[in-house]
Each structure stands twice: as structure tokens, then as C-alpha cells.
Design a protein around this ligand. Structure first.
Ligand code: SF4
Length: 375
């Protein structure tokens, strides 16, 4: 049907296109969680290009390239949704879940097995993500299979930095086949700010579009939101768009304690966000885990939290008790359906860190049981 005049993009669409064009991650649904506190881009020496525009509404996955394909895409089959997704939804409906960041050494199946064995009796799932620094790891679906074999429930993080949409679709299918209980969708830190600046950053999709892709494969989809990354006032609206794309759960980044997390959740709920929230609870059990946590993007801990633990006569015990206390406060917030024991070990301390997480989970579970039994 020729002859019609091409539609003229409106101001909002043009502003979004400019923001995407100036973004080193080519984000459609920016800003990412890495915006510096002064508004500077995570990667480049200019302000984040999404700071001055309203939240981009979910309108579908972006086209990869305006050039028409020269051949028809190969026909593909379809994997069944993972059975573990249904089990996890039922588990969440039954009461709060405890998730633990998975601490094993990368590319070390024995370490993975050891940490999984330690954590399996105490947590509902382990969150095993891609590395923020671009460290080489086994692919998510392969790790999910190893974790299942070791007896622990895998909740796998996948980023859009290292894979284009074809590779992400393959990962979605493989994660369903490996029976991942959840898929955590993030855009990913740019390779220029990590340990592999030689690697090409892909960013064919961003976290919002990746959430839609994973939801389409039947996964329980979680996303992250950073309440303290600029623009603060737009973060709840951005989460609402991730929900519209298919996300069911939000892992809330470290935001300075239970009160700021509660404010963020309430603001999101006011905008119509109905998803369940899983706030991060910092796990600090020694100087090594404290140093690792300090490297997290947009980290904010409760005032005095870190110093009080490190100054305690028994740092490990103080860190465990502090995490249990904070987790309990987080779980009292309306809309919170679980907590994520968040952090990581210094090299060589992986199994010990897993034991600390297991201890936190056990003590938290005991407290919740005790509180539930109170008249
Ligand atoms: S801070 Fe993130 S979203 Fe903003 S321009 Fe930089 S990479 Fe893009």
C-alpha cells in the first residue's frame, strides 16, 4: 500500500530516540541502575541521557536493525515452561522465601557442588548471576543444571551485555529445560567498567525487553531496581514498565535499610505495581566480604551497619545477627515476599561464606516460626 505519508514521530518519541542514541548501552528502557549519584553516566563522561525524559512506557522489544532481513528466520521449536516456575509461585504464595547469592568459584564444578550442598537445606533458592565484572563463567543454563544436580534450586541471573537476542533466546530455552525456578533479568554493567574492556558490549536488548523475552518462555521473571540511583522519582515508574513487560518479582538493591525500601515499595504500589518484592540484605562476615560488597553498584547500607560489624569482637557472629535482624525488618514491609542474602566472599572463602548464609537463613526461619507461633 504505497502513497501514504510516513507518520511524524512526536516529541516524546524523538526524545527517547536521542536518549537511546547517546546511551553507551543503547538502552530503550533506560536509565540503567548504574547512574552515578551526581547523575553522570556509569560509563562515559556525560550525564545519563535518560535523566531529563519521562519514564519510557513499555511498547515492545526494540527492532534490532532497520535493515530488512535478507532471508527468512529458521523455524524453531519451543521448550515447555519449567515445572520449577509453578513450584516457585506456589512456594512464594505460601510464605516468604529466602534466597542466597551463590558464592562458588567461577568455572569450578567442585566448588559449585560444595556451596550448593551447604546451602540446599536452608534456602529456597540460590541466585546465581552473571558476573558484574565480566568474569568468565559457565553459561547460566549449564550452571542451573549443575545446581539442580547438586540439590539446590537455581534462580539464574542473565545479562544482556554478553549475548545478542538470538543467544538470549537460546538461554531462555535452555533455562526452561534445565528447570530454573526463576530468571533474573538485568541489562548488565558495561564491559568498559569491568575487567574485560576488550570484550564488545552487546546490549541488543535491555533488562525490560529481556524480561519480556523470558516471560514469553514461561519463566518466573525477576528484575532489579535501584531506588537510590538517579532519577530517584522515576524509579518506581520504571519498575511499573518492567511489570508491564512481564516481570513478576523485583529484587530491591541495597537502599540504606528497611525504611527507604518501604518508601520505594509504597511509591511503586501507588503507581500500580503489584509484583512481589525481594529486598537485598547485606551479608558481611569478614573483611573480604565487606570489601566485595563495597564494590556493588549503587550500594547504600543502613547507617553504621558495616562499621558496627567490622568493629565487633566476633565479626562473623555480628554479621550473621545483623543480617537476620535486617531481614526480619524487611519481611515486615507490605509487599515483600522474600529476602535475598546478598554479597560475596573473598577468594578462597566461598564455602565459609555459604555456611554463613545458611546460618542466617536457619536463624531467620527459626525466628519467623517463633513469631508465627506467638498468640
Ligand atoms: S547511565 Fe546507563 S542508561 Fe544512562 S546513559 Fe549511561 S549507560 Fe545509558
Amino acid at each position: 500500500r504505497g502513497g501514504g505519508r510516513a507518520s511524524v514521530p512526536d516529541e516524546q518519541t524523538l526524545a527517547q530516540s536521542r536518549a537511546t542514541a547517546g546511551c553507551p548501552k543503547k538502552m530503550q528502557y533506560g536509565p540503567c541502575g548504574g547512574v552515578n549519584h551526581d547523575g553522570r553516566c556509569e560509563v562515559a563522561e556525560h550525564p545519563c541521557t535518560f535523566l531529563e525524559i519521562p519514564t519510557v512506557r513499555w511498547h515492545g522489544s526494540p527492532p534490532a536493525d532497520p535493515a530488512p532481513a535478507t532471508m527468512r528466520a529458521d523455524a524453531t521449536g519451543r521448550t515447555a515452561p519449567p515445572a520449577a516456575a509453578t513450584v516457585m509461585r506456589e512456594r512464594i504464595a505460601a510464605g516468604p522465601i529466602i534466597v542466597a547469592d551463590f558464592p562458588a568459584t567461577a568455572l569450578d564444578a567442585a566448588s559449585l557442588h560444595e556451596c550448593a550442598t551447604i546451602l540446599a537445606p536452608s534456602v529456597d533458592a540460590v541466585l546465581a548471576g552473571d558476573s558484574g565484572t565480566a568474569r568468565v563463567q559457565f553459561p547460566p543454563a549449564y550452571r542451573a543444571a549443575l545446581l539442580r544436580d547438586a540439590g539446590v534450586t537455581p534462580w539464574m541471573g542473565v545479562n544482556a551485555r554478553d549475548r545478542n537476542r538470538v543467544a538470549l533466546e537460546a538461554e531462555a530455552a535452555a533455562l526452561a529445560h534445565a528447570d530454573a525456578a526463576g530468571v533474573h533479568c538485568i541489562t548488565g554493567d558495561h564491559t568498559r567498567v569491568g575487567s574485560r574492556p576488550d570484550a564488545a558490549p552487546v546490549f541488543d536488548l535491555d533488562s525490560t525487553a529481556l524480561a519480556a523475552l523470558m516471560a514469553d518462555h514461561g519463566h518466573v521473571v525477576s528484575v532489579a531496581e535501584a531506588p537510590l540511583s538517579p532519577p530517584l522519582q522515576e524509579r518506581p515508574a520504571r519498575l511499573r514498565e518492567k511489570q508491564r513487560a512481564g516481570a513478576e518479582l523485583c529484587f530491591v538493591n541495597h537502599a540504606g535499610g528497611a525504611a527507604p525500601v518501604a518508601r520505594f515499595i509504597q511509591a511503586a504500589q501507588t503507581l500500580g505495581v503489584t509484583m512481589g518484592f525481594i529486598p537485598c540484605v547485606p551479608v558481611i562476615v569478614d573483611a573480604g566480604s565487606a570489601a566485595l560488597l563495597r564494590g556493588f553498584t549503587s550500594l547504600a547500607l543502613p547507617v553504621g551497619y558495616l562499621d558496627a560489624i567490622l568493629a565487633a569482637p566476633d565479626v562473623r557472629e555480628a554479621g550473621i545477627e545483623a543480617a537476620v535482624d535486617l531481614a526480619e525488618r524487611m519481611l515486615a514491609i507490605p509487599g515483600v515476599v522474600g529476602v535475598d542474602l546478598s554479597g560475596g566472599p573473598a577468594a578462597g572463602a566461598e564455602a565459609d561464606f555459604a555456611r554463613a548464609e545458611a546460618e542466617i537463613a536457619s536463624r531467620l526461619r527459626a525466628r519467623l516460626t517463633r513469631d508465627a507461633a506467638r498468640p
